[in-house]
Ligand binder design. Structure first.
Ligand SMILES: [Mg+2]
Length: 108
C-alpha cells in the first residue's frame, strides 16, 4: 500500500469519525486526534511490555505478536488521521525528513 492510498483510506475513516462524533472545529479535531495517538501509544507500549514478559501473568498468557502489530497499526493510523486534520502531505514531509536525516547522519 502506498502512502497516498493509506491516506485516502484514512480520509474515509475520518469522514465516518466526523459524522459519528462531530466536533466543533478543526482545533478540537486536532486535539482529539493527538490524544488518540497518546492512547494508542500506550496500548502499543502495553503490548511491548507484555512481549518482554514484564506484565501481569494474565496479560502474558494472552500475548500474541498480532496484538503488537495491531497496536502499531493503530498508532500509524492515528498519526495519519492527525496529518489529515493538519493538512500535512505525509509523502512530501517524509521525503524531506529522510533527506535531512541522511545528510545529518553523514556529517556525524
Ligand atoms: Mg489500539
Amino acid at each position: 500500500m502506498t502512502i497516498s492510498k493509506l491516506t485516502k483510506e484514512y480520509q474515509a475513516i475520518a469522514d465516518i469519525l466526523n459524522r459519528l462524533w462531530p466536533l466543533k472545529n478543526n482545533q478540537q479535531r486536532v486535539f482529539a486526534r493527538t490524544m488518540k495517538i497518546v492512547e494508542e501509544l500506550g496500548e502499543l507500549s502495553d503490548e511491548l511490555l507484555t512481549s518482554m514478559n514484564i506484565q501481569r501473568n494474565s496479560k502474558i498468557a494472552k500475548f500474541s505478536h498480532q496484538n503488537v502489530e495491531d497496536e502499531f497499526a493503530d498508532v500509524l493510523g492515528s498519526l495519519v488521521l492527525l496529518a489529515i486534520e493538519l493538512d500535512i502531505d505525509i509523502e512530501t514531509v517524509m521525503k524531506r525528513k529522510i533527506a535531512y536525516t541522511h545528510k545529518r547522519l553523514l556529517n556525524e
